[in-house]
Design a protein around this ligand. Sequence first.
Ligand code: GLN
Length: 290
Amino acid sequence: MKNSKLLKVLSVAGMGILSVGMLAGCGGGQSANQAVAGEEAVASETPAASETPATSEGIEATETPASDNVIVMGTNAEFEPFEYRENGMDIVGFDVEIAEKIAEHLGKELVIEDMAFDTLIMALNSDKIDFIAAGMTATDERRTQVDFSEAYFQSQQMIIVKADNTSISTADDLVGKNVGVQLGTTGDLFVSGTEGIASVAQFPTGTQAVMDLKNGKLDAVVIDAEPAKKMTEGQSDLKLLEAPFVEEEYAIAIKKGDEELLTAINETLEEIKANGTYDEIYAKYFGTAE
Ligand code: GLN
């Protein structure tokens, strides 16, 4: 019951809150800028290996003007199992494999550009990338800025706390607490829009939020369920609360009005769901077929 009250807060106040989140990302921008700087540093230290020709590292993609043979996916490769760097190198993950199918359908080569999550929509709308595949939730607010494909994944928000925490067991218990989120995400939207949270710390990546939780600077981190599972795997000092809240759907974002690409993406999704490829990819990253 209490949870449904919180759910209502999110859906009613969602649009306003996201704007605040975005202002924070663009205006004050300190943490967002740090995110970009940090990721660029990592990217230049770890050039993409040649064994995955379909995957290229962020900086190069920015410098390579999009050609007719190439389709550029924008993502934030800090979101395992959807997009992450395998051994700190190639960007791999569930979304990458879906994107590869889209590229295949179009007869183009996939190039991946890695950037801060809260800069993805801006990059799309300034033609730096062709589509966003980043575990991005299709929200009404985002629909005012981009078009979304059909949904390809059901998700939820979850809470991570220290293993010895006894004061937080549901989303309602976040009131009065210091909570970490990834800047500009739906977790950020939810926490920033929940009345009575003591402080909201917005990080460029969820991993950084979890670091501060481990260091005792935060009481909880709110993040999407699957990355939350990955982040707590084998971490005996952390626990993931079995209290998912806020249902969401991931979809691929494209520039508003890009009908041709939208159709191609939806056709690909339909095709891979019908021919078993989607289930294969799903089983690879989540263990069992959907
Ligand atoms: N699904 C969340 C959102 O869309 C988080 C995505 C992410 O961090 N990559 O905001």
